[in-house]
Design a protein around this ligand. Sequence first.
Ligand code: ZN
Length: 287
Amino acid sequence: MAVPAQNREPADAAERRSAAAVTVYRAEQLPPYDRAFYESVRDGMIRVDAITVPPRDACAFEVPAGHLFRVANVAGPQVGDLNLWNAADLSERFYSGKTRALHATHVSTGDRLWSNFPWLRAMATITHDTLDWYGFDQSGAGVHDVIGTRCDPYTHHLLTGADYHRCCHSNLTRAVAAARDLPLAKAESHVHDVVNLFMCTGYQRGTNQYFMKASPARRGDFVELFAEIDLLVALSACPGGDCGAGHSSDRATCHPLGVEIFRPKEGRLAGWRPAPPNGYRGRHGVK
Ligand SMILES: [Zn+2]
């Protein structure tokens, strides 16, 4: 709140505040994470491609359904801003808000990255996270944030009046434009709220303001995901580096990110099918 409250508490304020907190979407309502299946798929998987994302830049790459990809801190602590699309239709894309509502403010092994309406299906499943030990720390912060958006030149201009062209939003825009041979404005319209891989964030106690702190990731840490549908992926190595101080400038120490793509061993996907679109028919009450 930008100004102190202007209205007095009602007499029953304490009673109103004491209403029970109800988890909106309970974990047991979601399709279960079949740990044995995903561990079997990972076991002995074959690396088929590797990409290096330069600091303060982004790359786009495709991951076929049933393949896995890893994003790694290959040189030092580095936040990665991740966008996902259906490779066959870029209007289907990662839905940060619903992923947050279905799982939590931060995601880790067993969580899914969900797509927007009307598809609302798992685009990818996190199959391994070397930072799963971190949990939520004493300040309430966690790693792999789905509460932030992505650093962008518009907010930077709004707050400072200056232009900076290496924000994750711009990096992702250039990567999509190059990958799909799109004009810049068209490519930009496909960029969306990200998974902030390796980013350590939370809300300040008392004010609930969004905060970041230096990523606990170290060289060798990685997040691994299983593609539930054919994916176009874009990944930006954030100009904030470990996002321990700032972003949207060339001041922070930045590192490359490593991407590896893997194919499971023969037969490990027996019986598995890519995720189908959501079963709701989209009539919205209209006959
Ligand atoms: Zn960024």
